[in-house]
Design a protein around this ligand. Structure first.
Ligand SMILES: [Zn+2]
Length: 132
């Protein structure tokens, strides 16, 4: 990760849907890249904040959670294609029975879990149905 540009380090990709974009060809990258796979040396990479909307490409309903997440099962883990193009894997909040391929979703910022002993709370991006 030492090659990540300085502008990126201060953004905090885990907390926002922040990636990068190539000004030359318009390709978006998430997780962020500082090198355009299309343009190579002539690419111009800049930070980009995704709108956070997209659709479900595929999904799995998880019935067995990791320790500390038992109260969250069942939950849905989906591959989501952002409107800008990149795909990512994320939890989708909502009734698992209503989730379907092609469903429109949007990102939300939610607590992922907490460490009772240390009091640490972890946050991250999850998705909800777009009309929720
Ligand atoms: Zn490019």
């Amino acid at each position: 990760m030492s090659s990540v540009p300085r502008f990126w380090r201060s953004i905090g990709s885990r907390y926002n849907l922040e990636g990068t974009r190539c000004k030359e060809c318009g390709e978006h990258f998430y997780p962020p890249r500082n090198f355009c796979v299309n343009c190579r040396r002539v690419g111009h990479i800049e930070p980009y904040k995704f709108k956070g909307t997209g659709k479900i490409i595929s999904y799995t309903i998880i019935h067995t959670a990791a320790e500390g997440f038992e109260d969250q099962t069942p939950y849905t883990l989906a591959i989501i294609q952002l409107d800008e193009g990149p795909r990512l894997t994320s939890q989708v909040i909502g009734d698992p029975e209503k989730i379907h391929i092609g469903m429109r979703v949007r990102s939300v910022f939610r607590k992922l879990g907490e460490d009772g002993e240390g009091g640490m709370i972890y946050y991250g991006t999850k998705f909800v149905p777009e009309d929720a």
